[in-house]
Design a protein around this ligand. Sequence first.
Ligand SMILES: O=C(O)c1ccc(O)c(O)c1
Ligand SMILES: [Mg+2]
Length: 592
Amino acid sequence: MVTSIASVCLSGSLTEKLHACAKAGFDGVEIMDADLTVAYESPEEIRALCQRLGLRIDMFQPFRDAEGVEDEVFEENLRRAREKFRTMNRLGADLMLVCSNAGTASIDDDQVAARQLGELADAAAEYGVRIAYEALAWGRYVSDYRHAWRLVQAADRPNLGTCLDSFHILSRGHDPAGIEQIEGEKIFFLQLADAPQLDMDLLSWSRHHRLFPGEGAFDLAQFLFHVLRAGYRGPLSLEVFNDTFRQTDVYRTAAHAQRSLTWLADQAAALDHRRQSILPAAQPPRAIDFVEIAGVDLAEVDHLMDQLGFAFRGRHRRKPVRLWSYGEARIILNEQPKLQTPKIAGLGLEVADSAPAAERAEALGAPPVFRNTSTGEQNLRGVSSPDGTEIFWNDQIGPDGWISEFEGGLAPNGDSGTIDHVNLSYPWQDFEEAVLFATSVLGLEATPAAEVPGPLGLVRSQVMHTADRIVRLPLNLAPPTAPVPPRHIALACDDIIAVAADARSRGLQFLAVPDNYYDDLAARFPLAPDFIHRLKDLDLLYDQDDAGEFIHFYTPTIGDFFLEMVERRGQYDGYGAPNAPVRLAAQRSLLS
Ligand SMILES: O=C(O)c1ccc(O)c(O)c1
Ligand SMILES: [Mg+2]
């Protein structure tokens, strides 16, 4: 796989971008004209830097509004183009992207457009330059890749081909299967971008909301499969215009971008039985094995577990680590002298085979974590996710595994209990990276994002889950100016009213719910007054949909996390989203 990336994807100056692309392992770059224009380095200096960094300049782009114009306008366009061809010669770039005319086209005539593209290609040939013609989704007359290809065929020049860009094709809902009708050698370049499904004008969608493959709603694996079937053998290049990535750390974004391409190439290879897969197979988790909470002093957490009715399962033989369980849910408390604020530090996942899970993660650029293990102890393999949360894989489930390293505790209690979901929150700039990590490394699927109003702005929520929904990780994106909300572990039980009453009798104060909430609940659902009274008495939240019911409560926050107890009745599959604003408002009122 040969990879490339457009300089527009990244923040910083052109030279900073080039260093980051090389460090992330890209083979080449597309240099945006505007990035060069604002650089103090000459084209020769940029060329030399690329050579030193081992980067090819795959394309120079874009050249706009060339074709479909009156002849005197076209003469001026040729003059403009020649200036750029000279710049390209100095850069050592031999491929120019020409995008379909979006501004000045005045002649809706394919013969004129093809003739002018041919003349542009002839001028380019004098400089040894090739032209890749791309249909912009918002092109004035040419907005469909099949139309662009017809014009390229009609112009019929050896140095004129087409550039396919997944955004322009998939945003318009055009069938990518038609790509197989294009001669592979005439696809001069391939640009890949994902995007969320948004209902907005194409230009704004494209310029602000593109995402790296695996982070949006487009089926890019299928798209790439068609391009490869057409016979394209050039670089897989990313062209992602995105407001966030233009601001985030350039090295981190470039590594993130590279991970998305590796994942995509692997997905596309999986669709083609003749191709070898690139990565070890994904190991979608069967269940959450444990959640690890770390902090310098976890006595408050021990107390909380006790109040909630968890069983203390013992201390680790050798490490300052304790285990609590609630039915099948296991929570490990790990005393870490340098970590002032307790937080969710790690997740253990049950998988069929942990070795390929870890190898796949490492091939996708996730650094392995060192876990202090001695003889006779189970060696769990794990990696660090981009935000630092550690992920471990376990394929040796049962009492003989790591659980046997804990001593001096009680037998597991008989209570039914499982980890329902683990909610992970992220600062605004890290969200897409977290989605890609969950997709590519953890083997989870995404549901469409939803938005929840909080007191300091909208919180975006996207649930990553296994096909059977046993493992669920709702990811939350904090509003840009608000502090990142705490993360939480939700435990499912069979009788939440009894659990809540017991916990209260042991002195646990739940997050207090405003009385107004229960007045609203009575209006939303025709519930028995006694039942509402019981919910109110215990500060329980309630939701209902066609599939069933959901009752839950939240514990106070300790450090950067809290716990939630839930009971699902019937086939209810959500997370009580209508109640999230109540929680966010209540948690904020405790801080002030
Ligand atoms: O938004 C644009 O103008 C633009 C420019 C060049 C491209 O390759 C593209 O896909 C979009
Ligand atoms: Mg493009």
